[in-house]
Design a protein around this ligand. Structure first.
Ligand code: PMP
Length: 352
């Protein structure tokens, strides 16, 4: 606390990102990164633009927007890009929800949303997930400020079928419904297909997960042109160049290398199935996941104890000290080798 801080700064409770431990030979399964490297085409394309780094990047990232537009069958005016989807989310909160009352969001969900609510003076109403940790669409009808949820949800991994996302859109024609699709490429059906029919739909995605580019910070939003124009106004009042030259070039290549994208997503899904099966055999309850992580709880040992013991063996997973999910661990899908190590340590711990 400092006397120089504004009243707002004093009141902030910032988001705490998952740990990036500096331990050698770590099995890192705590922040949902992709276990596979980015496409070789991404690295080659980025190398080719290094000579231009003395020049500012394109402030509008037009080539990247066009690539994404072509990929999804949209127009360039329907695409917004930012420095990671966290930034895109922040700008969406500023553009559509700032100062409003009654933004509806699930009680168990991405823990950055409450931080943005505080930053942009949005009054949130948290709606409990049902006993299966799923969203009940009817709970989100008739929102005043808007609706936000990840699909698949995080940290549960559970998907809301597209028909139910559409029910929420239909029931909220006068406010924005933001669907955060950070994990959609690992098995879910994207709401992008609904953009033409719903002027209130904003879909947010990221290249951090399914395209293995968490370290480059590239996020995007897709929606009808008027929504996107609102985001551009906010962005151009804050930072004209959120995506650097390397990020723009690499992101284009990531969308162009469709085969690599498909094959790595398929491997992640295959590993998720393996992980779910082996955790279940060890007595874990594993929620049905369509993401690149699973959410699991053990019947005999607390999540806190398991996480601490895993860590002593160089395996890190994520625990959220929050009511209802206090006994769950979020475990990112890893390589086969990482997952085998995890299961080996768990076996020793649970069946000594
Ligand atoms: N949304 C959700 C639901 C997430 O879990 C994450 C990852 N922490 C993000 C958005 C942000 O991802 P990034 O900023 O890397 O695009």
């Amino acid at each position: 606390m400092s006397k120089f801080w504004s009243e707002k700064t004093r009141q902030l409770q910032p988001y705490v990102p998952g740990e990036q431990p500096k331990i050698a030979n770590l099995v890192k399964l705590n922040t949902n990164e992709n276990p596979f490297p980015p496409s070789p085409l991404v690295l080659k394309t980025m190398q080719a633009v290094t000579e231009d780094l003395r020049l500012y990047p394109d402030p509008n990232a037009d080539r990247l927007k066009q690539t994404i537009a072509d990929y999804y069958g949209l127009s360039r005016e329907q695409i917004f890009v930012g420095n990671g989807s966290d930034e895109v989310l922040a700008q969406a909160f500023a553009a559509f929800f700032q100062g409003k009352q009654q933004l509806l969001l699930p009680d168990i969900s991405y823990s950055f949303y409450p931080v943005y609510c505080q930053l942009y003076d949005v009054e949130a109403r948290y709606i409990p997930l049902d006993e299966h940790f799923t969203i009940n669409p009817a709970d989100y009808y008739g929102a005043q400020a808007g609706v936000v949820f990840p699909n698949p949800n995080a940290p549960t991994g559970c998907i809301l079928p597209l028909a139910q996302v559409e029910q929420i859109l239909q029931a909220n024609p006068d406010c924005v419904v933001l669907v955060d699709e950070a994990y959609i490429d690992f098995g879910g059906e994207s709401a992008v297909a609904l953009i033409a029919d719903y002027p209130n739909l904003l879909v947010v995605q990221t290249l951090s997960k399914s395209r293995s580019l968490a370290g480059m910070r590239i996020g995007l939003a897709l929606g009808q042109a008027e929504l996107i124009e609102g985001l551009e106004r906010v962005k151009n009042s804050f930072n004209s160049y959120p995506l650097d030259r390397l990020a723009q070039a690499g992101a284009i290549a990531a969308f162009e290398d469709e085969n690599y994208f498909r094959s790595t997503c398929a491997k992640v899904i295959e590993n998720r199935i393996w992980l779910t099966k082996h955790l279940s055999q060890l007595g874990f309850e594993v929620l049905p996941s369509q993401a690149n992580f699973v959410f699991a709880s053990h019947k005999n040992k607390t999540a806190v104890e398991i996480a601490a013991e895993l860590r002593r063996h160089g395996v890190v997973v994520r625990h959220f000290p929050q009511e209802r999910i206090n006994n769950f661990l979020r475990i990112s899908v890893g390589t086969q080798q990482q997952q085998q190590r995890l299961i080996e340590v768990l076996k020793e711990m649970l069946n000594p």
